[in-house]
Design a protein around this ligand. Structure first.
Ligand SMILES: O=C(O)CCC(=O)C(=O)O
Ligand SMILES: [Fe+2]
Length: 298
């Protein structure tokens, strides 16, 4: 099948396309290794989640669960009510995130098979001690109401790639390329988080370089998957009640950037250890590149 693509949005010299029938090889060449975002219109075709994960499904099956959202406890059914009645002016607290593997393992089958584009993934490799991923959450469901705004502009922790699949409702995403990092004022403590606090109307007196940024905004709808490559700044805003499934991915394409992040984190406190870790991860990267080429899991 040949790829069908349509332009979704354009800003500055960045164009985000939506593609259908995208082969893995084309994805690898034009997006994964080119580090360029894309919306894939039919990546989750085989997931039962795309029809099953509705507010009603979660209310009926999990409504009695206690969930903590932005520091406050709710019954999941109460949160779902807020999600359905929230408005742009008065949104439900956002996000409510649940971790599928930890909290709802029986739902893993509904988001399986893993998206082919999100492979190979080294996050679970036995050669990668979990401390290097700094506790990044790997498979999550996000719930939100209209007006729900992701709390900060950021790139994904440890320079992981992100795949966000809208299973319900519409979300507006904003993406900014890594080449514009200085325009978003990274926080020196947490360099993956922007210091711009008001994302809707940034204060240009405080953040004058923001005027040079060319954020690209577009809507991702039900059944569509956004690939956000490593280091791309992004945020999201729900337009309707939304349910999204998000996962991260680490492989040859972002390994160097990942090592860079490990280095930044560790060298502040333990410079010698950071050097050893870097050497170890370079060796692991070379081994995993070989085993992946041979289709061996290590
Ligand atoms: O869907 C969203 O709100 C964005 C989520 C996100 O970027 C993240 O969890 O890293
Ligand atoms: Fe993110």
């Amino acid at each position: 099948m040949s790829t069908k693509s349509v332009e979704l949005a354009r800003s500055g010299n960045i164009v985000v396309e939506k593609k259908y029938g995208l082969s893995y090889d084309e994805f690898a060449k034009d997006h994964l290794f080119a580090n360029y975002p894309v919306v894939i219109g039919d990546a989750c075709q085989n997931w039962s989640a795309k029809d099953k994960f509705t507010p009603e499904f979660f209310r009926e099956n999990y409504g009695h669960r206690d969930v903590k959202v932005q520091g406050k406890w709710y019954k999941l059914s109460e949160y779902i009510d807020l999600m359905l009645t929230g408005t742009e002016e008065n949104p439900a607290p956002y996000p409510y995130k649940l971790q599928i593997n930890r909290d709802y393992p029986e739902l893993v089958k509904d988001v399986s098979p893993r998206l082919k584009y999100a492979t190979p993934d080294r996050a679970y490799s036995k050669l990668l001690p979990s401390q290097f991923l700094g506790g990044a959450d790997m498979l999550e469901i996000f719930f939100g109401s209209p007006g729900g705004q992701f709390p900060y502009l950021h790139y994904d922790y440890m320079c992981l790639h992100a795949f966000i699949t809208q299973v319900y409702g519409q979300k507006e995403f904003t993406v900014i390329p890594p080449s514009q990092t200085e325009y978003v004022y990274p926080n020196s403590e947490n360099p993956w988080v922007s210091m711009i606090d008001d994302q809707i109307n940034p204060d240009l007196k405080k953040f004058p370089l923001w005027a040079k940024a060319t954020p690209v905004k577009f809507i991702v709808g039900p059944g569509e998957t956004l690939f956000i490559p490593c280091g791309w700044w992004h945020t999201a805003h729900s337009v309707t009640p939304t349910i999204s499934v998000a996962s991260d991915c680490l492989n040859d394409s972002n390994w160097k950037n990942f090592i860079g992040e490990v280095d930044i984190m560790m060298s502040r406190q333990k410079p010698l250890k950071a050097k050893v870790a870097k050497t170890y991860l370079k060796v692991v990267g070379a081994i995993l590149s070989m085993t992946e080429a041979l289709n061996i899991n290590l």
